[in-house]
Design a binder for this molecule. Structure first.
Ligand SMILES: C[S@@+](CC[C@H](N)C(=O)[O-])C[C@H]1O[C@@H](n2cnc3c(N)ncnc32)[C@H](O)[C@@H]1O
Length: 250
């Protein structure tokens, strides 16, 4: 493919959220979040083995494949899902130009159970705050992970991480005013001009939700960034949700 054809195709498939280098042509050189994604990657890359041959990855909300392509570079078998066909077309093109296999499917996070299998590594980056039903979506995403769940969300509010006690009496009110009490802000209209931003947690809220869907937090390398391991399976620990569903105490 000549440089001119490459450039035309990149333009035709745009606008791009991911700034990828495709044979020397950048897809979103002016995107303000370009360096931000590289920074996030650097903060989580040690969660993945250098040699990932024989391992499987699911990237939920993969967009144009920024993270998925990083992991194909390490030899993993990567599947990317996204609900937006335009982003999947970008990811398909990027994989073709890079000459790598990337399995792509249009799918909503709420439906990932339909994949019918688990993956060694699941990435759920930059998606939570786009969900109207975030805990439900997080639970579905976490349920696909066997080894590690790598997560990132926008966070707002206090960045102290206050871990609440297991219970409080009903007349305890002040604890809700603690800085860093797990919380989410509901965006009724728009945030950053984006009407798909629905709920933005503070850092403690993100951590609490991850624990609540049965994940153990192994690392918190930056605001809103978490490397987790599923608790289920081998350790047999139940989430509070599972316990409530089963009609028992947590
Ligand atoms: C802010 S971008 C993040 C992309 C990429 N994961 C990253 O961290 O750079 C959000 C992505 O999530 C996708 N998305 C939003 N809601 C989704 C949903 N309910 N199910 C699947 N993908 C979704 C969007 O189409 C978009 O590609």
């Amino acid at each position: 493919m000549t440089r001119a054809v490459l450039q035309d195709e990149i333009e035709r498939l745009g606008p791009w959220f991911h700034d990828l280098d495709l044979d020397g042509v950048r897809t979103a050189p002016d995107h303000p979040l370009g360096p931000f994604l590289e920074e996030i990657w650097r903060s989580v890359e040690s969660a993945f083995p250098e040699d990932m041959r024989g391992t499987t990855v699911l990237d939920i909300g993969c967009n144009a494949g920024f993270y998925a392509l990083k992991l194909t570079d390490r030899g993993a078998d990567v599947m990317g899902v996204d609900r937006d066909a335009r982003y999947l077309a970008q990811a398909r093109f990027a994989a073709e130009v890079r000459g790598v296999d990337l399995e792509l499917e249009q799918m909503d996070v709420y439906d990932v159970d339909r994949l019918g299998r688990q993956f060694d590594y699941v990435l759920f980056m930059g998606v939570l705050y786009h969900l109207r039903h975030p805990l439900y979506g997080l639970e579905k995403a976490a349920g696909r992970a066997r080894e590690r769940f790598v997560f990132q969300t926008m966070v707002r509010g206090a960045d102290d991480v206050f871990e609440p006690q297991a219970d409080y009496p009903i007349d305890e009110r002040r604890v809700f005013e603690e800085r860093g009490f797990p919380a989410m802000y509901f965006v009724e209209h728009r945030y950053a001009g984006d009407q798909t931003n629905w709920w933005i947690p503070n850092d403690a809220g993100a951590a609490a939700m991850l624990r609540s869907v049965g994940l153990r937090i192994e690392a918190h390398p930056g605001p809103g960034i978490y490397v987790c391991a599923p608790l289920g399976g081998p350790s047999g620990e139940r989430t509070r949700h599972e316990a409530v569903q089963a009609g028992g105490a947590a």
